[in-house]
Design a protein around this ligand. Structure first.
Ligand code: GLU
Length: 298
């Protein structure tokens, strides 16, 4: 009798092309690559260019070039979310048919006003909890024009979402009190990150999600969406963030410097140190090989 083949591991790095790769985004890229390789798996790159107003021309080309200069080469050509609207539409149609999604007419001001009336404050990154104004059972659009589409989140005890992060351990979030019914198609017609990421991770067969810790609190929303669409749930590992001198997450928006190919070994060693990897080698190739062996989350 032959032993069952271990399930294949497929990891991914999913940058938004809002600028060049920098010391912060490299940590997530490297961690996802190391995790896939240490599991003997495949590694893919997906360009998350659905939020077109935030995309910087040329960044979608530059990021894969920067990754290649660091020895991080995907097993398939990068996939572009901007070309996958038909898949997101099909998912939305399914959610509507299942009575899980509904149109919403509320503006930010409407939501802020409704929250103020309920005595609710802003939560994550200043986002507002949606109080369910346009839920069909609360009266729906009441003659107002639809703007966005929202996904219903569970209410009451079922809203208390628990999940496991491979680095951070057990996590909990009350989906109703922290987020509320969330946007899956935006008022400007663009697809929301939550829907696109879930559809694509499933479509690409991603089994291991590795990304920055700032995205950890999206996980309950994404796992709920996976359940709503009968999709498998991958494992999750959220990596430490690189902070700027003010203690803020290093980001393209706040002027993080683009990585330069001539500093590849130093840059990768620095990113490795953020991940707790004390590997010192004299070439990039050797460093990547030793780091795979030292990868602690296998
Ligand atoms: N596109 C997202 C970003 O650049 C990452 C999405 C993800 O890894 O789930 O922040």
């Amino acid at each position: 009798m032959t032993a069952a083949a271990p399930s294949p591991c497929i990891g991914r790095f999913a940058p938004s092309p809002t600028g060049a790769l920098h010391a912060g985004s490299l940590v997530a890229a490297l961690a996802s690559w190391l995790d896939a390789r240490a599991h003997g798996g495949r590694w893919l790159v997906r360009i998350e260019d659905v939020d077109t107003p935030r995309c910087v021309p040329g960044a979608d080309q530059l990021i894969p070039q920067q990754l290649a200069a660091l020895g991080l080469v995907p097993d398939e050509p990068p996939l572009y979310q901007s070309q996958r609207g038909h898949l997101y539409q099909a998912a939305l149609d399914t959610l509507v048919a299942r009575d899980l999604a509904y149109p919403c007419a509320c503006t930010r001001a409407d939501i802020a006003q409704a929250n103020a009336a309920l005595g609710l404050a802003k939560t994550r990154h200043g986002e507002l909890v949606y109080p369910g104004t346009c839920r069909p059972e609360n009266g729906g659009l009441r003659g107002r024009a639809p703007r966005a589409w929202r996904l219903k989140v569970p209410q009451g005890p079922a809203a208390l979402w628990t999940w496991h992060d491979r680095r951070l351990g057990p996590q909990t979030q009350a989906l109703d009190a922290t987020v509320g019914d969330f946007v899956i198609r935006r008022a400007d017609g663009l697809w929301a990150y939550q829907l696109a990421v879930v559809v694509d991770d499933a479509d690409q067969g991603i089994t291991h999600i590795v990304r920055g810790e700032d995205l950890a609190d999206n996980t309950p929303r994404q796992q709920w969406l996976q359940q709503c669409l009968d999709l498998p749930t991958p494992t999750y590992l959220h990596t430490p963030l690189v902070l700027d001198p003010h203690g803020e997450k290093l980001s393209k928006q706040h002027g993080a410097k683009a990585l330069q190919p001539e500093h590849a070994l130093t840059d990768i060693q620095r990113a490795g140190a953020v991940l707790g990897l004390c590997v010192s080698e004299t070439t990039l190739e050797k460093w990547l090989e030793s780091a795979q062996k030292a990868w602690p989350w296998c």
